[in-house]
Design a protein around this ligand. Structure first.
Ligand code: SF4
Ligand code: SF4
Length: 376
């Protein structure tokens, strides 16, 4: 154990066997520690007690509509890339009670539900996930109305990010300027090296979390070697050997000037309007609210649930659907994500994580759709 705390912005080295000390320290000060685990043939976030539960030696293979894990004889802890979950469900849960109404003496009283947030430490988010988090922060915290539940959960979240060492064929974070290097929105960031982890300290809370773990300072040469992991990966993604590409120059005008392009109908002919793409997307934030009454008639809960712009109900207004066809729904999703999101939030709504490609049951690929509209 070290007496000094590592400074914010510094890099330290921990031996792989000491990762458990870090997990134990996080468990001591958080209600839950979650990390990547292989469950039902997918890498998902679940409670983590011991580093042996990490997907050691597991590699993922992804393509349009394809997700497959293989097991290698290596001691790599984080060489899968992304699973179906991002950080979204920890901060913006799929279902949440947001208020309750009680009838007393013939009057209704409405109360906000202010359940204290669970303090969660998450091990494993990648650069694309952290950009997704930054985008959702903007939506839920930085507009005219702050979402109080999101804020409580966000304040209680501790993030141990991981720099990717490999990409899968559906990744294009480099094209969206979102990765592969982790650059912000983390408390600690790990880069897995052959014998050790390089740990970048992102916040003072991150420095404190290193208290119980043996660490050593890294020399400038060692820090450069750790950073080179992301540099080499980005080069391989840019030269097209390990990732999707997407040309983003003028994309807002391209899409908004081509709202009647025949490609929208071609993609609609394949799209099942299932909404999978919106469920796995780390930035999609649509929701619906339902009033749920109990049998007494004196108590009503207002339940918020994730919604998808691919459902007919989502665009129901004043006795009719505004977007009646799959063509109009797919066009709404893509133009919002890549074009009008810029007007609303001053950024793209896409981080290049590739989840919507992998988890689309028919393999629809937004990079391919944009290229087709460009005439490529
Ligand atoms: S649109 Fe697709 S690639 Fe972009 S952030 Fe959402 S899921 Fe990831
Ligand atoms: S694009 Fe794919 S995932 Fe999205 S709604 Fe259509 S079929 Fe489902």
């Amino acid at each position: 154990m070290n007496s000094a705390k590592p400074l914010v912005g510094s890099f330290v080295r921990i031996q792989k066997r000491d990762l458990q000390s870090l997990v134990d320290e996080l468990k001591a000060v958080h209600d839950r520690v979650v990390g990547p685990r292989e469950i039902d043939s997918a890498i998902v976030y679940d409670d983590l007690d011991h580093v042996d539960q990490l997907p050691i030696g597991v590699i993922d293979h992804q393509e349009g509509g394809v997700y497959r894990l293989t097991h290698e004889s290596s001691d790599s802890h984080f060489d899968y890339v992304v699973g179906p979950q991002s950080l979204k469900s920890f901060l913006f849960p799929p279902h949440e009670t947001i208020s309750e109404s009680f009838r007393k003496d013939g009057q209704w009283e409405i109360q906000a539900v202010e359940t204290p947030a669970t303090r969660i430490a998450v091990l494993g988010p990648r650069a694309c996930d952290l950009r997704g988090l930054a985008i959702q922060d903007k939506v839920f915290l930085e507009g005219p109305y702050v979402d109080p539940g999101y804020k409580r959960r966000r304040d209680a979240l501790f993030i141990v990010a991981v720099n990717c060492r490999r990409s899968v064929a559906t990744c294009f974070c480099h094209a969206m300027d979102c990765g592969p290097a982790v650059t912000s929105h983390f408390d600690l960031a790990l880069t897995e090296m052959d014998e050790c982890f390089a740990v970048e300290i992102g916040t003072s809370a991150g420095g404190v979390a290193m208290d119980a773990t043996s660490w050593e300072p890294m020399s400038e040469t060692e820090v450069a070697q750790a950073k080179e992991v992301s540099v080499e990966l980005e080069e391989s993604m840019r030269n097209g050997t390990s990732a999707r590409q997407m040309e983003t120059g003028g994309i807002r005008e391209l899409l908004m000037d081509n709202l009647e392009h025949p490609r929208w109908q071609e993609v609609a002919d394949r799209c099942l309007s299932c909404g999978n793409c919106t469920m796995v997307c780390p930035t999609c934030f649509c929701s619906s609210a339902d009033e749920v009454a109990d049998l007494s008639g004196d108590h009503v809960r207002r339940e918020r649930s994730w919604a998808s712009c691919f459902t007919a109900e989502h665009s129901y207004m004043h006795s009719g659907n505004v977007r009646k066809t799959t063509r109009s729904r797919y066009r709404q999703w893509l133009t919002h994500k890549l074009a009008t999101w810029q007007d609303q939030f001053d950024s793209s709504g896409c981080t290049g994580c590739g989840r919507c490609i992998t988890w689309c049951p028919v393999g629809i690929d937004l990079t391919e759709e944009v290229a087709a509209i460009r005439g490529e």
